[in-house]
Design a protein around this ligand. Structure first.
Ligand code: TYD
Ligand code: MG
Length: 481
């Protein structure tokens, strides 16, 4: 007997239910359930009782006619994919609408086509004229990319099956594709999933690499490409603040490469420019000598990246003080604040705290703890930190500054960019070696660092002849409100 068909599918996460309900229990979103023919997921031809055919089994070793990876010629893109597009692999590039996905892929495909590869760009969203206009603006009109504005997966596959196998196919975007095998409307989870399945089968069969573009909307209006994430080989996310020119390409999942690498781009009037030395970018508009800013010597993937952390600590007028953080984990901020309060006597319960990572970068490393703490204390006592210093180190719950990985790489990058001292964990001093080119200020507990910054604050107050109440270390005494 046929099983009952589940026919209400969450358009955000793809969970299926057999009756309508207001809230999806799987992802917690409201009003995202829509009726779909869930059985349609499997094409009729496959469901029919046919006898299985036999196929040849192969060994792991074997020669492919072409290089297994296709390097795009864009260093930042290749870094994130792990060295280029793998034959027969399917990659999902997700990001907010307007972030620059089509621009990035137009640039990458044009470079590859110019290098003599067969490259196909299928636009389901824009008319050919619009795609051409963009290429013209980017100065890439002469690139022999094969272009089409199509949305039917069957038509696309039939067309691409003719002639030489394309090395790379871009589908912009997967939400606009539809296949005859399912009955749901284009853009629904079932359609997106079935279309992606058909394209993935084509890629595996022919060895062509496919890039699927997917819009991720915050309110989950369009069927989330999240349902495709587990089917593809790699998921790249293209991020950036709308108001800023920096764009960061990050590997969220990659079966053929690392997932902690980032590629940095800058959106200009002439398309995306690769930023090969991100530190220069993130430090370029530095507020030299403003209290509350500290430079963090971080590592993104295999690359050191220096970035400025900005903190603002101000007396609150609210019953519950505000804690706002951009670019860092809010729970790590809470932890650093708790350690400052519990072990260093820094009382922050009467203050609003804001922390921002400059340049739109998102930091995931615990090594940023020390820089964040330095920025916070610097803002609280209104004392600027040395402008030539970088900070890194993890803070434990007991207030001890713990060592972090890759100390030499962090110091080298700081020296290269003209910094002359580093505040780092005591235990990392040995690892740093004698030839770091920086003077090292090793701290083993957060209390030491807080005392140093507070001393700067009180010195500043005295020398200016106007001892500000805010700047005195007395503020650190517990119980003072
Ligand atoms: P687009 O690639 O169309 O975004 P997506 O495909 O992710 O929706 O890029 C859209 C934005 O990029 C648009 O606001 C204009 C801007 N842009 C530039 O600033 N410079 C350029 O050279 C191009 C082509 C676009
Ligand atoms: Mg687009």
């Amino acid at each position: 007997m046929a099983k009952s068909t589940l026919s209400f599918v969450c358009q955000n996460c793809g969970a299926a239910y057999n009756r309508w309900q207001g809230k999806c229990e799987a992802c917690g979103e409201w009003n995202t359930l829509a009726e779909e023919d869930a059985t349609g997921n499997v094409p009729v031809s496959i469901r029919s009782k046919r006898k299985g055919r036999t196929f040849a089994l192969e060994s792991l070793a074997g020669k492919s006619p072409d290089a297994p990876r296709l390097s795009s010629g864009m260093t930042e893109l290749d870094r994130v994919t792990g060295g280029g597009f793998v034959r027969g692999s399917v990659l999902l590039v997700g990001g907010d609408p307007g972030i620059g996905k089509s621009t990035l892929l137009t640039q990458a495909t044009s470079l590859l086509a110019r290098a003599g590869h067969r490259i196909v760009y299928i636009s389901g969203e824009e008319a050919i004229a619009q795609v051409r206009l963009r290429a013209e603006r980017l100065g890439l009109s002469d690139a022999p990319v094969q272009l089409a504005a199509e949305t039917s997966v069957e038509d696309i596959i039939s067309t691409l099956s003719e002639g030489a196998v394309p090395r790379l196919i871009v589908i912009d975007s997967i939400q606009t594709m539809w296949t005859d095998t399912v009955e749901s409307a284009p853009g629904t989870v079932t359609q997106v999933r079935a279309s992606a399945q058909a394209l993935i089968r084509f890629a595996k069969k022919t060895g062509a690499a496919i890039i699927l573009v997917g819009h991720v909307t915050k309110d989950g209006q369009i069927a989330g490409p999240r349902v495709v994430e587990h089917m593809v080989d790699a998921v790249l996310s293209f991020e950036g603040e709308g108001s800023q020119q920096f764009r960061i390409l990050r590997a969220v999942k990659n079966r053929f490469g690392p997932t902690d690498e980032i590629g940095v781009f800058e959106m200009t009037g002439l398309g995306l420019r690769e930023v090969t030395n991100p530190s220069e970018l993130f430090l370029s508009e530095r507020d030299l000598g403003t209290p509350g800013t500290a430079v963090f010597a971080g590592i993104e993937g295999t690359r050191p990246v220096l970035v400025e952390l900005q903190a603002l600590v101000a007396p609150t007028s609210l019953g519950t003080p505000r804690r706002a953080v951009v670019g860092w984990d809010p729970s790590r901020l809470s932890m650093v604040l708790a350690v400052l309060e519990a072990h260093c006597g820094v009382k922050l319960s009467g203050h609003d705290v804001y922390l921002n990572v400059a340049g739109g970068l998102r930091i995931h490393e615990p090594a940023a703890d020390l820089a964040a703490a330095a920025a916070l204390v610097s803002s609280l006592v209104n004392a600027q930190l040395p402008t030539d210093a970088v900070y890194f180190g993890e803070i434990s719950l007991s207030g001890v500054v713990r060592p972090v990985a890759q100390t030499p790489a962090r110091l080298k990058e700081a020296a290269k960019l003209g910094f002359s001292r580093a505040v780092l964990p005591e235990s990392a001093r040995g690892e740093a070696g004698g030839d770091a080119g920086l003077s090292l200020n090793a701290v083993n507990s957060l209390t030491t660092l807080v005392a140093e910054i507070a001393a700067r604050g009180s010195r500043r107050g005295e020398s200016a002849g106007t001892p500000e109440k805010n700047a005195t270390p007395a503020r650190f005494r517990r119980g003072e409100g």
